[in-house]
Ligand binder design. Sequence first.
Ligand code: RP5
Length: 162
Amino acid sequence: MSVAVLMGSDSDFETVQEAVKALREFDVPCEVHVMSAHRTPDRVVAYVKEAEARGVRVFIAAAGGAAHLAGAVAAQTVRPVIGIPIESALNGLDSLLSTVQMPAGIPVATVAIGKGGARNAGLLAVEILAVADAKLSDRLKAFRADLAESVRKRDEALQKRL
Ligand code: RP5
Protein backbone atom coordinates (compact mmCIF):
# COMPACT_ATOMS: atom_id res chain seq x y z
CA MET A 1 0.00 0.00 0.00
CA SER A 2 1.40 3.39 -1.00
CA VAL A 3 -1.02 5.68 0.83
CA ALA A 4 -2.98 5.38 4.06
CA VAL A 5 -6.14 7.48 4.24
CA LEU A 6 -7.35 7.93 7.82
CA MET A 7 -10.35 9.76 9.26
CA GLY A 8 -11.51 10.53 12.77
CA SER A 9 -15.03 9.25 12.16
CA ASP A 10 -17.00 7.51 9.46
CA SER A 11 -19.06 10.73 9.35
CA ASP A 12 -15.99 12.27 7.63
CA PHE A 13 -16.11 9.81 4.74
CA GLU A 14 -18.38 11.82 2.45
CA THR A 15 -15.60 14.42 2.27
CA VAL A 16 -12.66 12.03 2.48
CA GLN A 17 -13.87 9.90 -0.42
CA GLU A 18 -12.75 12.71 -2.75
CA ALA A 19 -9.15 11.95 -1.75
CA VAL A 20 -9.71 8.23 -2.32
CA LYS A 21 -11.24 8.92 -5.75
CA ALA A 22 -8.22 11.04 -6.75
CA LEU A 23 -5.82 8.26 -5.70
CA ARG A 24 -7.84 5.70 -7.65
CA GLU A 25 -7.82 7.90 -10.77
CA PHE A 26 -4.04 7.46 -10.74
CA ASP A 27 -4.17 3.77 -9.76
CA VAL A 28 -2.37 4.51 -6.51
CA PRO A 29 -3.07 1.75 -3.98
CA CYS A 30 -4.51 2.98 -0.72
CA GLU A 31 -6.02 1.68 2.46
CA VAL A 32 -8.77 3.57 4.25
CA HIS A 33 -9.49 3.44 8.00
CA VAL A 34 -11.40 5.18 10.77
CA MET A 35 -9.36 5.96 13.88
CA SER A 36 -9.36 8.88 16.26
CA ALA A 37 -6.64 10.88 17.98
CA HIS A 38 -8.93 11.22 20.99
CA ARG A 39 -11.23 8.19 20.95
CA THR A 40 -8.61 5.57 19.94
CA PRO A 41 -5.19 7.16 20.60
CA ASP A 42 -3.41 3.82 21.15
CA ARG A 43 -4.74 2.47 17.84
CA VAL A 44 -3.35 5.55 16.01
CA VAL A 45 0.15 5.05 17.43
CA ALA A 46 0.20 1.31 16.75
CA TYR A 47 -1.29 1.62 13.28
CA VAL A 48 1.09 4.34 12.03
CA LYS A 49 4.18 2.45 13.19
CA GLU A 50 2.93 -0.81 11.65
CA ALA A 51 1.84 0.90 8.39
CA GLU A 52 5.19 2.66 7.97
CA ALA A 53 7.02 -0.65 8.52
CA ARG A 54 4.71 -2.25 5.91
CA GLY A 55 5.70 0.37 3.32
CA VAL A 56 3.02 3.06 3.46
CA ARG A 57 4.75 6.11 1.98
CA VAL A 58 2.27 8.91 2.53
CA PHE A 59 -0.42 9.40 5.17
CA ILE A 60 -3.59 11.43 4.64
CA ALA A 61 -5.52 12.23 7.81
CA ALA A 62 -8.89 13.97 8.06
CA ALA A 63 -10.71 15.18 11.14
CA GLY A 64 -13.19 17.81 12.21
CA GLY A 65 -13.56 20.08 15.24
CA ALA A 66 -10.60 19.56 17.57
CA ALA A 67 -8.90 18.04 14.55
CA HIS A 68 -5.72 16.50 15.94
CA LEU A 69 -5.54 13.27 13.92
CA ALA A 70 -3.07 14.51 11.28
CA GLY A 71 -0.80 15.93 13.98
CA ALA A 72 -1.01 12.75 16.02
CA VAL A 73 -0.06 10.73 12.93
CA ALA A 74 2.81 13.12 12.07
CA ALA A 75 4.17 12.70 15.60
CA GLN A 76 4.68 8.97 14.91
CA THR A 77 6.28 8.99 11.44
CA VAL A 78 8.77 10.78 9.21
CA ARG A 79 6.67 9.98 6.14
CA PRO A 80 4.79 12.95 4.66
CA VAL A 81 1.44 13.64 6.34
CA ILE A 82 -1.34 15.56 4.59
CA GLY A 83 -4.14 16.94 6.76
CA ILE A 84 -7.73 17.47 5.61
CA PRO A 85 -9.83 19.80 7.79
CA ILE A 86 -13.44 18.54 7.82
CA GLU A 87 -16.42 20.90 7.76
CA SER A 88 -17.69 21.35 11.32
CA ALA A 89 -19.94 23.32 13.62
CA LEU A 90 -17.64 26.33 13.09
CA ASN A 91 -17.64 25.91 9.28
CA GLY A 92 -14.35 24.03 9.46
CA LEU A 93 -12.27 26.96 10.67
CA ASP A 94 -11.73 25.14 13.97
CA SER A 95 -10.65 22.02 12.04
CA LEU A 96 -8.34 24.04 9.79
CA LEU A 97 -6.55 25.74 12.67
CA SER A 98 -6.32 22.51 14.69
CA THR A 99 -4.74 20.76 11.70
CA VAL A 100 -2.45 23.47 10.37
CA GLN A 101 -0.99 24.96 13.55
CA MET A 102 1.67 22.34 14.15
CA PRO A 103 4.75 23.04 16.25
CA ALA A 104 7.96 23.56 14.25
CA GLY A 105 9.63 20.21 13.64
CA ILE A 106 6.48 18.12 13.05
CA PRO A 107 4.95 19.28 9.75
CA VAL A 108 1.47 18.55 8.43
CA ALA A 109 0.80 19.66 4.83
CA THR A 110 -2.70 21.04 5.32
CA VAL A 111 -5.15 21.40 2.44
CA ALA A 112 -8.34 23.47 2.23
CA ILE A 113 -11.50 22.71 4.22
CA GLY A 114 -13.92 20.23 2.67
CA LYS A 115 -14.26 18.27 -0.55
CA GLY A 116 -11.98 20.45 -2.70
CA GLY A 117 -9.28 20.12 -0.08
CA ALA A 118 -9.81 16.37 0.11
CA ARG A 119 -9.36 16.05 -3.66
CA ASN A 120 -6.16 18.09 -3.43
CA ALA A 121 -4.94 15.86 -0.60
CA GLY A 122 -5.23 12.86 -2.91
CA LEU A 123 -3.52 14.72 -5.75
CA LEU A 124 -0.75 15.96 -3.47
CA ALA A 125 -0.09 12.39 -2.34
CA VAL A 126 0.17 11.38 -6.01
CA GLU A 127 2.63 14.24 -6.61
CA ILE A 128 4.77 13.12 -3.67
CA LEU A 129 4.90 9.57 -5.01
CA ALA A 130 5.60 10.87 -8.52
CA VAL A 131 8.91 12.39 -7.40
CA ALA A 132 10.38 8.89 -7.69
CA ASP A 133 8.06 7.56 -10.40
CA ALA A 134 8.47 8.95 -13.94
CA LYS A 135 5.33 7.26 -15.28
CA LEU A 136 3.19 8.74 -12.53
CA SER A 137 4.79 12.11 -13.20
CA ASP A 138 3.83 11.84 -16.89
CA ARG A 139 0.25 11.01 -15.90
CA LEU A 140 0.13 14.09 -13.69
CA LYS A 141 1.33 16.23 -16.60
CA ALA A 142 -1.41 14.76 -18.81
CA PHE A 143 -3.97 15.42 -16.06
CA ARG A 144 -2.89 19.08 -15.87
CA ALA A 145 -3.14 19.40 -19.65
CA ASP A 146 -6.71 17.98 -19.53
CA LEU A 147 -7.57 20.43 -16.76
CA ALA A 148 -6.31 23.36 -18.83
CA GLU A 149 -8.26 22.10 -21.84
CA SER A 150 -11.47 21.86 -19.80
CA VAL A 151 -11.05 25.50 -18.70
CA ARG A 152 -10.48 26.52 -22.33
CA LYS A 153 -13.71 24.73 -23.35
CA ARG A 154 -15.65 26.35 -20.52
CA ASP A 155 -14.42 29.76 -21.64
CA GLU A 156 -15.48 28.94 -25.20
CA ALA A 157 -18.95 27.93 -23.95
CA LEU A 158 -19.24 31.10 -21.90
CA GLN A 159 -18.44 33.26 -24.90
CA LYS A 160 -21.44 31.72 -26.71
CA ARG A 161 -23.76 32.71 -23.86
CA LEU A 162 -22.67 36.35 -23.89
C1 RP5 B 1 -13.96 14.31 14.84
O1 RP5 B 1 -15.21 14.61 15.36
C2 RP5 B 1 -14.23 13.52 13.60
O2 RP5 B 1 -13.16 13.61 12.71
C3 RP5 B 1 -15.50 14.13 13.07
O3 RP5 B 1 -15.21 15.13 12.09
C4 RP5 B 1 -16.11 14.78 14.30
C5 RP5 B 1 -17.44 14.21 14.66
O4 RP5 B 1 -17.35 12.81 14.82
P1 RP5 B 1 -18.67 11.93 15.05
O5 RP5 B 1 -19.29 12.40 16.32
O6 RP5 B 1 -19.56 12.17 13.85
O7 RP5 B 1 -18.21 10.50 15.13
O8 RP5 B 1 -13.18 13.62 15.74
